[in-house]
Ligand binder design. Structure first.
Ligand SMILES: *[C@@H]1O[C@H](CO)[C@@H](O)[C@H](O)[C@H]1NC(C)=O
Ligand SMILES: *[C@@H]1O[C@H](CO)[C@@H](O)[C@H](O)[C@H]1NC(C)=O
Ligand SMILES: *[C@@H]1O[C@H](CO)[C@@H](O)[C@H](O)[C@H]1NC(C)=O
Length: 373
């Protein structure tokens, strides 16, 4: 007992910007503390002391320019709570601004908190394609059996959340408000990019952005439900192909609304690449005021400029669409399918009603049986 409390005292005494209260129970010999880090030293102190904290509260942390709020390799069971407003200094670099990894981790936002990227400092209409080097925002990489919940993000410089190499991650109640980017040059501000992961469940997301609401590049057992997406590029599979990992399987995208966006439902396979998209379901999807395509399935994708010539290296099989309904602008197209010969099969579409746009029937190519375009 004497040794344990001495250790705790040492921890408390040696840590500036930390209020260490005794944890309610011991983890082995040493107790892990409840820690609060704040202000401009908060990120550095959190990085230094994260291994000694069972709960890490980040209160009004101002992360210095060019630095990552480094919450990687957290001890199993650590809880992270964002409180107040989290801000970031300005530098042209690739980021990430925040990075979290570990097992059985919970990351959440306290009531009234905000994680503010102040992205206008980087926005130049070019996103990740040029201009200023813009930091990625939030890396949820190498997380296992973990939860990310109730985080509110504003004005990301470019993509928000990269979910990669995770196993069993729930992402609940995330909000992203990049509305300002609509008029101030926000671009490639994807909300969720998922790759090389197994068991990702995203629910209740509320997204306003300028690119994909979700983009799944690879991985299996992925769900996206009860989402509300405004202003972006759609609920996307892909682009698939040209990466290390090029298989997307067993995906369910359900009970979601997509509004004022370029596309609604979208599957994009990269031109000339290899890989596979299998077992993807879109169910109970509402489209509103879609500008380009209500539903678009294409095997000719190239960033910026699709070739118009589908290739067959990334077959799209087992694509189920059930109850996909809503409206497209008169200048847009309701449904566009561009498949290579034989590379789209076993599709099952029912309850599709997408109206308001042009008929794109003549442009649908190699459509599998049972689907009308
Ligand atoms: C815990 O804190 C002590 C004192 O600051 C430090 O020496 C030690 O490295 C920390 N342990 C971990 C796992 O972070
Ligand atoms: C997240 O928000 C929901 C709804 O307000 C609440 O019920 C839940 O307890 C919150 N979770 C955490 C970890 O704060
Ligand atoms: C197609 O999907 C419907 C549900 O939308 C299901 O009832 C039916 O069995 C499916 N058909 C095939 C061939 O999988």
């Amino acid at each position: 007992m004497v040794q344990a409390s001495t250790l705790l005292t040492l921890v408390a005494a040696s840590v500036a910007f930390v209020s260490a209260a005794p944890a309610t129970h011991s983890v082995g010999f040493a107790k892990r503390a409840t820690c609060t880090f704040s202000g401009s030293n908060g990120a550095a102190e959190a990085k230094k002391n994260k291994g000694n904290c069972s709960t890490i509260t980040l209160k009004d942390v101002a992360v210095p320019a060019g630095q990552t709020l480094d919450l990687t390799k957290l001890k199993s069971g650590t809880k992270v709570i964002f409180q107040g407003t989290t801000t970031f200094g300005y530098e042209e670099w690739s980021g990430p601004l925040i990075s979290v990894s570990g097992s059985s981790i919970t990351v959440s936002g306290a009531s009234g908190h905000l994680i503010d990227g102040n992205g206008i400092r980087w926005w130049d209409n070019q996103g990740g394609n040029g201009g200023k080097d813009k930091p990625k925002f939030f890396y949820a990489h190498s997380l296992k059996n973990s939860v990310i919940e109730n985080l509110s993000f504003k004005d990301t410089p470019v993509q928000l959340m990269s979910i990669n190499s995770v196993e069993a991650l729930q992402v609940k109640g995330i909000s992203m408000d990049n509305k300002l980017g609509d008029t101030k040059g926000g671009h490639n501000t994807d909300a969720f990019d998922v790759g090389s992961s197994t068991g990702v469940a995203i629910s209740g997301a509320n997204i306003v952005n300028q690119d994909d609401c979700i983009a799944i590049n690879s991985g299996t057992d992925i769900t996206f439900t009860e989402g509300r997406c405004i202003g972006g590029h759609g609920l996307s599979i892909g682009s698939v192909g040209g990466r290390e990992d090029n298989t997307v399987s067993n995906v369910m995208i359900t009970s979601s609304t997509i509004k004022d966006s370029d596309n609604g439902v979208r599957v994009k396979a990269v031109y000339g690449a290899t890989g596979a998209v299998k077992g993807v379901t879109y169910k109970d999807i509402t489209l509103q005021n879609i500008a380009k395509y209500g539903i678009v399935i294409q095997q000719d994708y190239k960033n910026g400029s699709p070739t118009g010539k589908p290739t067959t290296g990334v077959p799209i099989t087992g694509l189920t669409l059930q109850n996909v309904k809503g409206t497209v602008k008169s200048s847009g197209k309701n449904i566009y399918i561009l498949c290579g010969k034989g590379s789209c099969s076993s599709w099952n579409w029912s309850g599709i009603s997408v109206t308001g746009g042009k008929q794109a029937r003549s442009e649908c190519t190699n459509v599998p049986s049972g689907v009308s375009c």
